[in-house]
Design a protein around this ligand. Structure first.
Ligand code: AMP
Length: 308
């Protein structure tokens, strides 16, 4: 477990990844905003298993925070992050300043239409333009690679995939399962905002999501009904203020009448719990034979989380 090399400029990073690729080595890339936890570490481990050179970026991207959001207070701990990167065998950490990434006000923005209309796109105007723009810039700096993202940010993965496809960016996007605490809470850097009571209340998100996927397993197929019960479950949870609760077709993130066979659906929620705004989701697919496949994510040790 040797310490990763830390670089702060795009030029240094590009030289390293170009050098690797010209020597026939593959590059794995994990973009993050730091304050790394098991969810990030699972992405690093996947990159380490698949690729020769593993790059992690740590950059709290101002473009994706709206006015009144937690940009200034976003948790940071570079030393601990570097230890996590070392433990996962990461080769290179890109830790640029805001001035390095944005030396002058950006006049170019990448916007992805359609799939950004609902969920966090509706409640955080401009958020996904900020995400798509920084990810496009990071992809241009890192160059051709496999890039690892967490399904915890389901809509973000959809946005990045659409951008990569539309703009023919030479990056292979890999989506990995949501990593959860033992009680089901999705790991998040923002969980650090939760005090003891809020931490207890926060489990309501994954419980409500699981109740929905259990209802699908039990034969419910009316999408609006599933969504209404999801809302009711969240609204009944103490300390939880719902922002959204939706059951959408995953491919285009739109509501459909009933649950369509063979299509992936996402059960997605966002809520304020104490001082934190948390998001969570799970996916399910009803197979043509009627079998229901549910993905609720995994525990820290990689075992599937079933919530039971
Ligand atoms: P962030 O640092 O929050 O921007 O997240 C960086 C990457 O880690 C994104 O691809 C996230 O989806 C992913 N990630 C964050 N939390 C989790 C989690 N609990 N499980 C899996 N991936 C996650």
């Amino acid at each position: 477990m040797s310490a990763p090399r830390i670089v702060t400029t795009a030029a240094e990073l590009r030289a390293a990844t170009e050098g690797a690729r010209s020597g026939g080595r593959t590059v794995g890339f994990v973009p993050t905003m730091g304050f790394l936890h098991e969810g990030h570490r699972a992405l690093m481990a996947a990159a380490r298993a698949d690729c020769d050179l593993v790059v992690v970026s740590i950059f709290v991207n101002p473009l994706q925070f709206g006015a009144g959001e937690d940009l200034a207070g976003y948790p940071r701990d570079l030393e601990r992050d570097l230890a996590a990167c070392a433990a996962e065998g990461v080769d290179l950490v890109l830790h640029p300043s805001v001035e390095e990434m944005y030396p002058r006000p950006m006049v170019t923005t990448v916007t992805v239409a359609g799939i950004t209309e609902r969920l966090c796109g509706a409640s955080r105007p401009g958020h996904f333009a900020g995400v798509a723009t920084v990810v496009a810039k990071l992809f241009n700096i890192v160059g051709p690679c496999r890039a690892y993202f967490g399904k915890k940010d389901y809509q973000q993965v959809a946005v990045v995939r659409a951008m990569v496809e539309d703009l023919a960016i030479p990056v292979e996007v890999v989506a990995r399962p949501t990593v959860r605490e033992d009680d089901g809470l999705a790991r998040s850097s923002r969980n650090t905002y939760l005090d003891e009571a809020a931490r207890r209340d926060a489990v309501a998100l994954s419980r409500a999501i699981r109740a929905t996927t259990e209802a699908v397993r039990g034969g419910r197929r009316d999408r609006a009904e599933l969504e209404r019960d999801l809302e009711v479950a969240l609204d009944a949870a103490p300390g939880v203020v719902r922002e959204y609760a939706e059951v959408l077709r995953g491919r285009d993130l739109v509501p459909t009448g009933t649950i369509e066979v063979g299509e992936e659906y996402v059960v997605a929620v966002a809520a304020r719990v104490g001082a934190a705004r948390l998001i969570d989701n799970a996916t399910f697919t009803v197979a043509p034979g009627g079998a229901v496949h549910v993905d609720l994510g995994v525990l820290g040790d990689g075992r599937a989380f079933d919530g039971a």
